[in-house]
Write a protein that binds this ligand. Sequence first.
Ligand code: NAI
Ligand code: 15L
Length: 268
Amino acid sequence: MKRLLITGAAGGVGRAMRPRLRDMAQTLRLADMLPITDADTHEETVLCDLNDAQAVREMVRGCDGILHLGGKSTEGDFETILEGNIRGLYNLYEAARAEGITRVLFASSNHTIGFYEQDQRLKTTDPMRPDSLYGVSKCFGEALASMYHDKFGIETAIVRIGSCFETPANHRMLSTWLSYNDFADLVACVFRAPKLGCPVIWGASANPAGWWESVGAEAIGWHPKDSSEIFRAQIEAMGPKPPVDDPNSRYQGGLFTVEPIHQRQGGT
Ligand code: NAI
Ligand code: 15L
């Protein structure tokens, strides 16, 4: 691949992916609304707010694929989510359509199904149960990706990421953790597959404590290798698992289920 666009490249996952995706493309185009000042020789940077359709069109021009990580990544006020995750995603797909880009990895989230309880085992085909406005925006994103596939043939891997951090941070994440290396392997499988379609994929490592059926993506050769179990002793040493009625022990989405509806502070 000549040029892979990474949106949200200034964020936690974006920063972790950059060295791991070094060989995925001749050039990595790193885009974010925040400046990125440490680009390497094989990288180029674009400052772009996803809410700005013209800027998004320019951001995607000349790219062969899009790893879409950009947007509000936690619960927030509706306007912020609207700008980054709803209008922002529409801008991205419209730009991809106009510029002839046919493959995307969309970073969806476990918060699309966060109100399922932790003793439930889910398939990707189970109905969504979002736990937050953020989760609802990811449901919108999944639907938008599906429509651009059916109508225009743009292929998207919809990856419902669990918790993608260096290490799991609490008991819940022993079930939801996705290692950076497993995610980077998934990105490689997505952009190298001869045919992708528009699958929903659980973005989790091979965690024995996991809740999701068929983690991995057989059709494109993705088999996660890491396991959160190596961190179990460390997590248990931090304190006992919260009681069963605590949202972090009851719901798959954890504390997102008790987030209030936030109001934007200070006007528009
Ligand atoms: P992050 O918050 O660290 O990074 C997101 C980046 O998007 C930031 O650099 C931010 O400046 C940028 N951004 C936000 N709004 C924007 C806008 N309107 N225009 C342009 N850029 C904008 O999030 P993280 O953890 O790196 O996650 C990456 C993606 O993966 C996000 O879409 C998140 O929703 C998704 N995800 C992450 C999970 C995780 O455990 N890290 C779990 C599930 C989903
Ligand atoms: C997400 O969707 C968030 O982007 C991330 O910050 C974590 O909260 C993660 O889910 C999680 O559920 O652990």
